[in-house]
Design a protein around this ligand. Sequence first.
Ligand code: DC
Length: 218
Amino acid sequence: MIRIAIDGPGGAGKSTIAKMVAEKMNMEYIDTGAMYRAIGWLFSKESVDTENEEAVRKVLDETTMDFEDNHVILNGQDISGEIRTPEISKAASICSKLPAVRSKLVALQRGIAEGKSVVMDGRDIGTNVLPNAELKIFLTADPMVRAKRRYDQLVEAGKEADLDSICEDIKERDYQDTHRELNPLKQAEDAVLLDTSDMTIEEVLHQIMTMAEEKDEQ
Ligand code: DC
């Protein structure tokens, strides 16, 4: 059994890489960011006042979440297609600060990973969700490089995009993610740092696969 934790800031390529590693090693991939996005989506849709602890708890108590083939199923509905917008990125960042949200999602994440090989990506996987993961990677890249990658994806999908505002959003989210009180984005002491600013996806994948195969053989 091998558990691979991939943490890092938004837009560093975590999910692309994590998906590829999981496929190559025939393991389950768990995108924890999608889970925070799903809660952000729900709170926006239901206009939940995130300052009101009781209201937050009530909605969370009535919420079920599952993962099927990389799709998030929230209260029985597949909402994967609706959670990749800039508005939901912001909503996810806001709700990921809330203790009730984090404790619900962390418990779910640990439950999904229990007893099996997984690749899990997020912000606090190596430091908090799976502190005993066999391999921990901290994947990062310069904010402008991350902004340019996101910009290219949007343009390719035929969407309108503005590089400077994407870069500002990325910096803002980095600040939020690293400065929140609870489980902030932080490299675990035993994580391997990979700065992908000047690396291709193939190079990143090769490095991680080499480390994962070494761990798997141990
Ligand atoms: O990786 P992403 O952009 O899909 O993540 C969306 C938000 O969720 C991000 O702002 C931080 C939060 N998040 C978190 O707090 N902890 C995680 N393990 C994963 C994501």
